[in-house]
Design a protein around this ligand. Structure first.
Ligand SMILES: [Zn+2]
Length: 448
C-alpha cells in the first residue's frame, strides 16, 4: 500500500535525472513512475523543480562518542547530517574511547549511540597491532569493514600498524569478505621532513605542509597496492590528498586489483597558496596541498579513479585548534564539515560543468557500496529505503554560525557562499528536517 509519493521535475534515479514520481510504502521505495502517475488520496511531497535524490551516505565521519563526546557526539553529528542532506553516516573507529577495535568496544559504541540518531549510522571497526582475533566477531556483530593507520593516528589508544601486522590482518579481512580502509601516510618521508623544517615558523601553513610531504602518501599507496595484490584483500584509500598517487591507483585498478579511493571536499576546494598563517581550522592530515595538486585530484574525480567524496568530518574542541597562537604544528589535525559536503561539492561541480547525477554517484551510491549498504541505500529505485533529500540547486546561502549544527562551529567553510539549499530530509520515509527545523522523531537506525 503506497503511503507517500515524492515528485519533481528533477528526480535522480540510476537511469535519469528528470520528471518522475517516487512511490513509498512503509519506508521503502515501491516503484518509480511517470511524473503525473500519483494515486489519489496519498500524501504527496510535490518538490516542484527542486532535486529529489537519495540522501548522501557519508562513509567517513568521526563521531567521537563515547569518550570524547565534548568533540562531537551522535546527537549533534546526526542532526548536522540531516540538515546537510546526509541520511547515513559511517562512523570511524577512532577518537572515541574505547576505539572500535574489540567486540567489547563496539558494544559500548552501540550503547552510546542508541536512541540519539536523527539519521542512520553504520560503523567501521579498526585494525591495530594484535587484534586479528577480534576481526571476525566485529564483522559478525555488524561493522562494515576496518580502518587502519600506517603512521601515528593522533590518539594513543589507536596505534598504527606495520607491514608485518598487515600481513596478519589482511588475509583474515579477505577471508571475511570485508574491506580494509587505510590512512595512507608512512612515517619515513615525514620523519625526514622533520629535520628540514626545524626552526620553521609554526604559524606558517607552509611549515606544516612541508612536514607532511606527498612522498609519504605515495609510498604508502604503493605499499598498499602490493599488499592488495599479495593478499587479495579489498583496499580502500581514505582521504586521498596527493595528486601524484593517482597514477599508481589508476594502474592498480586497470590491473583488476580490488582497490578504491575517496577524497574529501576540502582537498577539492581549498589550496595551500590561499591558506593564511595561523588559520589552523584548515589543518588536516594528509594536508590540503597546492592548486596544481588540486587539479590532479579533479582529474581523478572526472575519470572515475576517485570513486567517492566523503567528509572526513573530524572535529575537536576549539581549544585544540590553537586559534589564539595559530600554531599549526600543535593544532589537532581534522576539519569539521559534515553538514556542508553536499552544497560544497555541488558548488564545485556546477562550476566545472558536472551534473547532479555525478554528485549522487560520488556522495550516495559509491559510499553506500563501499560500506556494503548498496542493496538498500544510495539509490532511488524499487526496494531501496526511502532515505531522500529534497534540495534547491539554484538557491545560494552563506555559511554563518547560526546555521552550523556540528557541536563546534569552527569550520573552514565559514563565510563561504554556496549553491544548494537543503529543503527537507527524509529517513526511512519519515521527514526529519524541513525548512531549517527538525521535525518528527529521531528516525535513524543503527545499521548492524
Ligand atoms: Zn578520518
Amino acid at each position: 500500500m503506497i503511503d507517500l509519493v515524492f515528485r519533481s521535475r528533477r528526480v535522480v534515479t540510476p537511469l535519469i535525472t528528470g520528471p518522475a514520481s517516487v512511490h513509498v510504502a512503509e519506508g521503502k521505495i515501491e516503484t518509480v513512475r511517470e511524473w503525473n502517475d500519483v494515486p489519489a488520496g496519498v500524501e504527496l511531497v510535490d518538490a516542484g523543480d527542486s532535486v529529489v535524490m537519495p540522501g548522501n551516505v557519508d562513509a567517513h565521519v568521526h563521531v567521537n562518542e563515547p569518550g570524547r563526546t565534548e568533540w562531537e557526539g551522535y546527537e549533534t553529528a546526526t542532526r548536522a547530517a540531516a540538515a546537510g542532506g546526509v541520511t547515513t553516516i559511517v562512523d570511524m573507529p577512532l577518537n572515541s574511547i574505547p576505539p572500535t577495535t574489540t567486540l567489547a568496544g563496539f558494544e559500548e559504541k552501540l550503547a552510546a549511540s542508541t536512541g540519539k540518531c536523527t539519521v542512520n549510522v553504520a560503523f567501521w571497526g579498526g585494525v591495530v597491532p594484535g587484534n586479528p582475533a577480534e576481526l571476525a566477531p566485529l564483522v559478525e556483530r555488524g561493522v562494515r569493514g576496518f580502518k587502519c593507520f600506517l603512521i601515528h593516528s593522533g590518539v594513543d589508544e589507536f596505534p598504527h600498524v606495520t607491514e608485518a601486522n598487515l600481513r596478519e590482518a589482511m588475509p583474515e579481512i579477505a577471508r571475511l569478505g570485508s574491506v580494509l580502509l587505510v590512512h595512507a601516510e608512512v612515517p619515513g618521508p615525514i620523519d625526514a621532513a622533520a629535520a628540514k623544517i626545524a626552526g620553521g615558523d609554526p604559524r606558517e601553513y607552509d611549515t606544516f605542509l612541508r612536514s607532511r610531504p606527498p612522498e609519504s602518501e605515495n609510498e604508502a599507496i604503493e605499499m598498499m597496492i602490493s599488499l592488495c595484490r599479495e593478499t587479495g584483500c579489498c583496499v580502500h584509500i581514505v582521504h586521498l590528498s596527493s595528486g601524484d598517487a593517482c597514477a599508481a591507483i589508476r594502474s592498480a585498478k586497470a590491473e583488476g586489483l580490488p582497490i578504491t579511493a575517496e577524497t574529501c571536499p576540502h582537498y577539492l576546494t581549498f589550496a595551500a597558496e590561499d591558506i593564511a598563517d595561523g588559520a589552523t581550522h584548515y589543518k588536516c592530515c594528509p594536508p590540503v596541498r597546492d592548486r596544481a595538486n588540486r587539479e590532479k585530484l579533479w582529474r581523478g574525480v572526472a575519470d572515475g579513479m576517485i570513486d567517492m567524496v566523503v567528509s572526513d568530518h573530524s572535529p575537536c574542541t576549539p581549544a585544540l585548534k590553537f586559534r589564539e597562537t595559530g600554531d599549526f604544528m600543535a593544532a589537532w589535525g581534522g576539519i569539521s564539515a559534515l553538514q556542508f559536503g553536499l552544497p560544497v561539492m555541488w558548488t564545485n561541480l556546477r562550476a566545472r560543468g558536472s551534473g547532479i547525477a555525478d554528485l549522487t554517484r560520488l556522495m550516495s551510491a559509491q559510499p553506500a557500496k563501499l560500506a556494503g549498504l548498496d542493496k538498500h541505500k544510495g539509490k532511488l529505485a524499487a526496494g531501496y529505503d526511502a532515505d531522500i533529500v529534497v534540495w534547491d540547486p539554484d538557491k545560494r546561502f552563506t555559511v554563518v554560525p547560526e546555521l552550523i549544527l556540528h557541536r563546534h562551529k569552527l569550520t573552514p567553510y565559514s563565510g563561504m557562499e554556496l549553491f544548494g539549499k537543503i529543503a527537507s530530509t527524509f529517513v526511512g520515509g519519515r521527514q526529519v528536517f524541513a525548512d531549517g527545523e527538525f521535525v518528527g522523531q529521531k528516525s535513524g537506525k543503527l545499521l548492524t
